[in-house]
Design a protein around this ligand. Structure first.
Ligand SMILES: [Zn+2]
Length: 54
């Protein structure tokens, strides 16, 4: 069931740079999510939002 897990990127809300990629389960996470992560470009912890990769 590979189609259930969707590859997504996490883009910094400040500089819009995509710093992380992850997968999410489409069945359990149907809504958009955002997470605080370290952005090397901003050199700070910023909000990273889900960003479609493919
Ligand atoms: Zn940033």
């Amino acid at each position: 069931m590979a189609a259930v897990r969707e590859l997504i990127g996490l883009a910094c809300d400040g500089c819009k740079r995509r710093n992380y990629t992850t997968t999410k389960n489409r069945k359990t996470h149907t809504e958009k999510f955002a997470i605080k992560k370290f952005c090397p470009n901003c050199r700070a912890h910023t909000l990273h939002r889900e960003h479609k990769v493919s």
